[in-house]
Design a protein around this ligand. Structure first.
Ligand code: HEC
Length: 118
């Protein structure tokens, strides 16, 4: 194998490892902060759901979630439901999370709805 191929392969492997890492970080944040409403599987049936006037979004709903861009999801998390014309029962997390952490969550939410198996 030529050196260039080895380097390309190494880059590819590192890249995949880093991406998986972001998913893991997102999952940890999601389990800590989002599951009480969105459910441990992200299907919208967290413990709070039964008493809420507007149901938390089902993040496993591929048909619905595929229409959202990463920027939409980022904005919903950072600025809250109202900022994306959704219920203000979805809190804004900008005071408690960095943009970097919100990005991990975007990556993780995507795995729930739109990139199954990753
Ligand atoms: C207190 C309950 C609650 C918590 C906690 C919560 N959410 Fe939500 N979330 C909601 C509700 C309610 C909606 C709005 C549903 C609607 O209006 O249709 C929503 C909507 C969203 C949306 C927008 C979905 C869309 O339709 O575009 C995203 C993305 C989202 N939540 C992600 C998160 C993430 C990530 C966390 C954790 C950091 C989180 N939520 C924590 C209740 C919650």
């Amino acid at each position: 194998m030529k050196y260039i191929q080895v380097i390309a392969l190494l880059l590819l492997l590192t890249n995949n490892a880093l991406a998986t890492n972001d998913v893991k970080k997102g999952e940890i944040l999601y389990q800590a902060y989002c599951t009480q409403c969105h459910g441990i599987n992200g299907d919208g049936w967290g413990v709070n759901a039964a008493t809420m006037d507007v149901l938390p979004k089902d993040h496993t709903d591929t048909k619905g979630m595929i229409t959202r861009t990463d920027a939409d999801i980022f904005k919903a998390i950072k600025e809250g439901g109202k900022a994306v014309s959704k219920s203000n029962l979805m809190p804004n997390w900008d005071a408690n999370m960095t943009d970097e952490e919100i990005n991990y969550l975007v990556v993780y939410v995507r795995t729930l709805c739109c990139q199954k198996g990753e």
